[in-house]
Design a protein around this ligand. Sequence first.
Ligand code: HEC
Ligand code: HEC
Length: 340
Amino acid sequence: MSASGERRPSSHAGSCGAVVMLMAMSFAAASVAQGVDDEPTWAYGVSPPPVPGATVYELPGAERSFTLDEIRDVWGPADWYPGDHPEMPDIVANGRFPRVWACSLCHYPNGKGRPENAGVAGLPVDYFIRTMNDFREGRRASAQPRKFNTNTMIGIAQGMTDEEIAEAAEYYASMPWTPWIRVVETDEVPKMRFILGMYVPLEGEEAGMEPLGLRIVETPDGEDWHRVERMRDPRTGFIAYVPIGSVEKGRELVETGGGGTTVQCAICHGPDLNGLGFIPGIVGRSPSYFMRQLYDFREGSRSGEMAALMQPTVANLTVEDMINMAAYLSSLPVPQVGAE
Ligand code: HEC
Ligand code: HEC
């Protein structure tokens, strides 16, 4: 991505300064004595004092290092590689108190996102704005009410102005979608646990293999999942374990409609499935995300005006069909547009 490589806008420098000051203040409060009537921030768990000597994390090629609190700061999370993306609008980099968390926390500054949220880079602006309005106005929710971060996403959309939504949409649309998922067919996967909605392999004595069954299991690619889970490394993508044979079965459904089981996707999503006008691309993105959307459409929890177009596609699908389609779509090569 051609990038300005510049620092964030000055408004960020401002809030960053404020954070540093706050931290310095709370540090003073913690290390000296707390005044008799100082606000007991420690009881609220806000702006916890930096632990002297707190671990600082580093990633290869990143110029800055960050503490965990900085990496996860909902009002301005770590931007590991500012040179990888254009300058972020303030709402993407820092969010806006009280309801709008920084988009870059979950979707990353480069919009690649994680299996438990969504890849938002390269979405058509019109689609982005429409789906944000669907979140805002009760037409887009998760079919699984306990999926807490979709509920967070709804609150965020509700807290935003139209202008902020448009800024975020333009920003993420300015970056093309690029390869991020490696699909592997298998019948056995490492035993996993969930951390905040993301699968990570068990370690030590708990480690082992288990049958995949009729599932897709998506986990950080590469040796060190901590780098993704803990440090939110925006350059490490994901590996998706899918059932043996699923990619070919998915191809059949996607390309032919499976003799009435579904509708050929290319009619609306474009000949290469990389999007057409206001219809989003469905190539090389997270299969877990695809699964949730197909299921949500079928269950009616995505019920916007445009979601109606998806109804005939999903009405007769079984979960197994959806797994096959998601596996195939994610395995498709992302068209190269000279980025990265
Ligand atoms: C707490 C994490 C979190 C934050 C912060 C967050 N999102 Fe999301 N976002 C999600 C989740 C989770 C989903 C949808 C997951 C699902 O339904 O499967 C989502 C979905 C989306 C989608 C839909 C993508 C698609 O392909 O339809 C858009 C657009 C989006 N977010 C924009 C934003 C913007 C803009 C911001 C910042 C103002 C933001 N998000 C901040 C978690 C987050
Ligand atoms: C008649 C047109 C049409 C056909 C055919 C169609 N889609 Fe869609 N699809 C749409 C529209 C429009 C949207 C956006 C819906 C919205 O705004 O909520 C969409 C959205 C999606 C999404 C959600 C994308 C996201 O970022 O959240 C997925 C996944 C999807 N389609 C998969 C498929 C698959 C797989 C097929 C073929 C089996 C297919 N679609 C066929 C029109 C279509």
